[in-house]
Design a protein around this ligand. Structure first.
Ligand code: HEM
Length: 442
C-alpha cells in the first residue's frame, strides 16, 4: 500500500502543510518563488546600490565609510515576506561587512543598519546578522530556466568571486534535493502511525537513495570553490562576534539605534553563519531518531573552542545543545517545523516497539549509514576548507615569530588548540557522525 499525499492530508492535518511552516513539498526550506533580486521601492535604492558594490567596497576597505553615509530608513514600504527576506539578506551582509572590513573589527553598528535590520529580523523571527538563510535560502537566482547547479548563482556576495557563488549554489542544490525528501519524511511519519511497515521500508529505501545524491552534491564543492578563497576571503565575513579567546574577534557589538544613546546601548553577541543552521539535516536526525547529546562545551572546553571562529560567546552556559543553539538562527517557521516533527515518535523508537524483523533493521541501517556517509563527506570538506588552511596559517605564523611559551604549553600543533574555528571543529563533527552511526543497529 503506497501512501498518497492526498491521503496524508486527510489523515494528518499537519501534512496539509508544511505551508504555515514555510516549508514546501517541492522546494523544502527554499522559498517556492526564487528570491527577489531587487527591492522595488525607490526609498530603498541606497541599500541596493551599496549591496551591488559590496565586493569592490570590501577590497577597497570602503565599507564603513559608505554605510555610515546611508540615511536611516525604516521598513514601512516593505509589503511582502519576499521583500522582508530581500531586505534581511542585504542588511545582514552589510552588517558583517561593516564589522569585519577594516584594520580592526568594529565594536558597534550604526543606526542606518541597526534600525531596519532589527525590524526585518524580528518579522522573520531570526537573528540580526549573517545566517544560513541570508547567505543561502534567500540569496540566490536561477540564471536560465532549467534549474541545475550550474544555473544557480548567489545574489549577493562578499567577494564577487565565482568560488563564493558556487559555494551558495551547492548549498541551494542540497536544499533542493533535500526539499524533495520532505514529502518522504511525512510519509514515513504516516506509515509509522498506520503501522504500515512495508511502506515504511520502501520510503526508508528512497530516503537512503536521496541522501546518497546529497552526499555527491556536497562533494561537488571542490569543482569551483578554492579552499584558499573560502578560508581567507569568504569565511572571515561569516564570523559572528562574542567574547572568546580569539583576540581578533570583537568581544561584542553594540547595535546602536541612536548615536545619542551610544553609551547606554547594550552589547550583543551572536555566532556566525553556518551550514549547521540548515534545517534539513536536523529533520533527518529527528525523523530517524539520531540524538546528539553533545553540549556546546565539555569539561575540556574543546567543543567551545571549536566554535571560536564563529564567535561563540565563551560565557554562554554550557547546557545548551549544539543543534538547539543552531536552531535559534533558523527562520522562525522552520524552527517551528522541527518542533512539530519532534512530536512524532522516531523511526528508531517505532522499530523498537515492533517485532524484530531483519528487513526492517537492514532498511533502517542503510538509511542511517547514508546520513553517516554525508557527515563523513562533510568532515572531508571541513578538513580541506578549514583545518588544512588553518594549520598552514599557524605554521606560517610560527615560522615568522617562533613558537611562544604559551603555545608550547598549550600543545601547539594538536588538533584541539589551533583556534579560529579550525581547531576543534573536527571533534565536534566526528562526534556528531559517530552519534549517528551508533543508532544504525537500533
Ligand atoms: C566549505 C564548506 C563547508 C565548511 C568549511 C563547513 C564547516 C562546518 C563547520 C566548521 C561546522 C561546525 C559548526 C561551525 O563552526 O559552523 C559545520 C557544521 C555543519 N555544517 Fe558545514 N561546512 C561546509 C559546508 C556545508 C554544507 C554545503 C552543508 C549543507 C547544507 C553543511 C551543513 C552543516 C551541518 C548540518 C552542520 C552541523 C553538523 C552536523 O549536523 O553534522 N556544511 N560545518
Amino acid at each position: 500500500m503506497k501512501i498518497q499525499v492526498a491521503r496524508l492530508v486527510k489523515l494528518f492535518p499537519f501534512h496539509r502543510a508544511p505551508r504555515p511552516y514555510q516549508v514546501s513539498l517541492e522546494t523544502g526550506f527554499l522559498p517556492t518563488k526564487t528570491p527577489l533580486d531587487r527591492l522595488s521601492s525607490v526609498k530603498h535604492a541606497p541599500w541596493e546600490n551599496i549591496f551591488d558594490q559590496l565586493p569592490s567596497l570590501i577590497s577597497a576597505s570602503q565599507v564603513r565609510a559608505s554605510i555610515i553615509a546611508l540615511p536611516v530608513l525604516n521598513c514601512d514600504e516593505l509589503a511582502t515576506v519576499e521583500e522582508y527576506r530581500r531586505a534581511y539578506a542585504i542588511l545582514s551582509l552589510l552588517t558583517n561587512a561593516y564589522i569585519w572590513n577594516g584594520p580592526s573589527p568594529s565594536d558597534y553598528l550604526p543606526p542606518c543598519i541597526v534600525v531596519p535590520l532589527l525590524e526585518v529580523a524580528n518579522v522573520l523571527h531570526t537573528k540580526p546578522l549573517v545566517t544560513y538563510a541570508a547567505i543561502v535560502l534567500w540569496n540566490f537566482r536561477i540564471r536560465f530556466h532549467t534549474p541545475s547547479t550550474h544555473n544557480v548563482e548567489a545574489l549577493g556576495t562578499f567577494t564577487g568571486s565565482e568560488d563564493e557563488s558556487w559555494f551558495v549554489a551547492i548549498m541551494v542544490a542540497i536544499e533542493t534535493q533535500g526539499g524533495k525528501c520532505i514529502a518522504l519524511l511525512l510519509k514515513i511519519i504516516s506509515a509509522k502511525e498506520l503501522k504500515d511497515d512495508e511502506s515504511l521500508f520502501d520510503y526508508l529505501e528512497k530516503l537512503h537513495q536521496r541522501l546518497q545524491q546529497i552526499q555527491k552534491t556536497l562533494l561537488r564543492l571542490y569543482e569551483r570553490c578554492s579552499p584558499d578563497v573560502l578560508y581567507h576571503r569568504i569565511r572571515p565575513y561569516h564570523a559572528g562576534f562574542g567574547g572568546t579567546s580569539n583576540k581578533e574577534l570583537p568581544k561584542r557589538v553594540r547595535y546602536v539605534k541612536d548615536f545619542s544613546e551610544l553609551g547606554s546601548t547594550p552589547c550583543r553577541q551572536f555566532i556566525g553563519g553556518s551550514g549547521a543552521q540548515s534545517t534539513l539535516l536536523q529533520c533527518f536526525d529527528i525523523i530517524l531518531g539520531v540524538q546528539h547529546v553533545g553540549l556546546l562545551s565539555d569539561t575540556a572546553g574543546t567543543i567551545t573552542r571549536s566554535l571560536v571562529g564563529k564567535g561563540l560567546p565563551s560565557d554562554s552556559n554550557g547546557d545548551i545543545g549544539f543543534q538547539s543553539r543552531m536552531r535559534e538562527y533558523m527562520p522562525g517557521p522552520h524552527k517551528q517545523f522541527l518542533k512539530k516533527l519532534s512530536e512524532y515518535p522516531s523511526v528508531r523508537g517505532y522499530l523498537q516497539t515492533r517485532p524484530a524483523n531483519p528487513s526492517s533493521t537492514a532498511a533502517f541501517s542503510r538509511t542511517i549509514a547514508s546520513v553517516c556517509a554525508s557527515r563523513s563527506a562533510h568532515i572531508q570538506i571541513a578538513t580541506r576548507y578549514i583545518i588544512i588552511p588553518a594549520r598552514s596559517e599557524e605554521r606560517a605564523k610560527v615560522q615568522r615569530n617562533g613558537i611562544s611559551n604559551a603555545q608550547e604549553k598549550a600543545g601547539y600543533g594538536q588538533e584541539t588548540i589551533m583556534g579560529t574555528g579550525g581547531t576543534s571543529t573536527l571533534p565536534l563533527l566526528r562526534r556528531m557522525r559517530d552519534e549517528t552511526s551508533g543508532v544504525g543497529t537500533r
